[in-house]
Design a protein around this ligand. Structure first.
Ligand SMILES: [Zn+2]
Length: 446
């Protein structure tokens, strides 16, 4: 252990010396490329450069970030189990049947019955899972120093989230049960299509109607940041005239940016933590990554891939419902597939499916994220800035997992994978080395 650490120290030392030698002429087009390469490439050890970046985070902080992220693996299981238990309670004690009866007493109009059932369902679910939710979203986040909010504003966000779930859920559940009633056995085929359309719809309205409920979005004005970003956008064929900034610091210090929206609502946003905590090369490489998502059409490709997952999931759900309804349906007073009271059972099967295929959905996402990284490196040409941003993300994502761990649990590549890609890129583009970025301390070393 001690030895390993000492060797990391040594590599940092070597790298710092190396870095200053490397960028003594920061922009040197006059140097013939061959001479430049000869001076740098043979000596550049990608692995050592990666280790030097990883060593920027003090061991204590690294241990804390690892513990936080690894705890998240267990939360996947606890979330799944708690959902199953709550759903089982709803069925076993016939609360689900009672909620349906109430909805039927209030109105004879079936779509409205479904909506009324849904409202009761989501409220009861939120109340019953509240203790775990508070631990996970509030106390645990505070324990690891990742949340800036006091309880009041945090609770306000939860309630807004609940309201969004009530509305969006009703928009999905009402036509879904309409389809089940009309199509009988084959409901799941058109059900999946409906689900995919719904996902596209949520994606379309999210930046305009949902995201602003939680954060304030403004157009980025600072020309020192805005101009290089828009220049990069133009160079990459992105018809953007604005970049958005949002106040993520309301919730946490996490650095992040995103592309969201669909069709004409698609936009690139970066958060104020990124603006406050990062240098221009770091912001540029992050924006390069986001532009990668945009240019590579990840929003649409993701929808197609998730669409395939959903079709399989609905087939599984259909099978699961049929096999369990025959056995317990009567006891739970669930009349069949067309009865909304079946919803808790559907949630059990659907959660089981998504729990089991976690590695698949994570790999879909992680693969696209890696593509965006590659795009960002080529677009921004800031491998050292990229490595620093990857380190900052290491505040909440374990930096150096094993390969199987990364395959199962990571929806983005790990810090080591991303920094390795950046350093590999840098090895082939020695002129891109940035000594300031390499030397920049990212964390408080106490
Ligand atoms: Zn991304």
């Amino acid at each position: 252990m001690v030895r390993a650490r000492r060797s990391i120290l040594l590599t940092i030392l070597l790298c710092t010396v190396f870095a200053s030698a490397q960028t003594s002429s920061p922009v040197a087009p006059s140097v013939p490329p061959s001479a430049n390469q000869a001076a740098v490439t043979p000596a550049f050890d990608v692995r050592a450069a990666v280790d030097a970046y990883l060593a920027k985070m003090p061991p204590a902080q690294r241990a804390r970030s690892d513990a936080y992220f690894e705890g998240g693996y267990w939360l996947l299981l606890w979330d799944f189990l708690s959902t199953v238990v709550v759903m089982w309670l709803l069925l076993r004690f016939r609360w689900s049947a009672r909620m349906r009866n109430l909805a039927e007493r209030l109105t004879r109009f079936r779509p409205l019955q479904t909506a009324l059932y849904w409202i009761q369902f989501i409220v009861v679910l939120s109340v019953l899972t509240f203790p775990l939710g508070v631990y996970e979203g509030y106390f645990r986040e505070h324990k690891y120093g990742l949340l800036n909010q006091t309880f009041g504003p945090w609770m306000r966000d939860q309630l807004v989230g609940l309201a969004v779930s009530v509305v969006l859920g009703a928009i999905l559940v009402v036509p879904l049960f309409g389809l089940v009633r009309r199509l009988g056995k084959n409901w799941w085929v058109w059900g999946s299509v409906l689900m995919i359309v719904f996902a596209a719809f949520v994606s379309l309205i999210a930046p305009v109607y949902i995201a602003p409920l939680f954060n304030k979005y403004t157009k980025l004005e600072d020309p020192k940041v805005k101009d290089p970003i828009l220049s990069m956008a133009r160079a990459n064929g992105i018809p953007a005239t604005d970049v958005y900034e949002f106040d993520a610091s309301r919730q946490s210090n996490r650095v992040s940016a995103n592309v969201n929206g669909f069709a004409n609502t698609q936009r690139i946003s970066l958060n104020d933590n990124l603006l406050k905590r990062c240098t221009l090369p770091e912001i540029e490489t992050t924006m390069g990554h986001e532009m990668g998502h945009y240019v590579l059409n990840h929003e649409y490709k993701g929808l197609v891939m998730i669409g395939v997952v959903i079709v399989i999931g609905f087939a599984f759900l259909n099978w699961g419902l049929n096999s369990s309804l025959g056995r317990w349906g009567e006891k739970w007073e669930v009349r069949g597939m067309t009865d909304v009271a079946v919803l808790p059972l559907a949630v059990i099967w659907f959660s089981l499916f998504f729990f089991l295929i976690t590695p698949v959905t994570n790999t879909i996402s992680r693969t696209m994220e890696f593509e965006a990284d590659m795009y960002g490196l080529n677009a921004a040409q800031q491998p050292d800035g990229e490595a620093n941003v990857d380190m900052l993300l290491g505040e909440y994502r374990k930096l150096d997992p094993g390969p199987i761990e990364e395959f199962i649990f990571y929806d983005h590549p790990s810090g080591r994978t991303r920094i390795t890609a950046a350093m590999r890129w840098k090895a082939e583009h020695p002129q891109s080395a940035n000594a300031d970025e390499m030397a920049r301390p990212l964390f408080n070393t106490k």
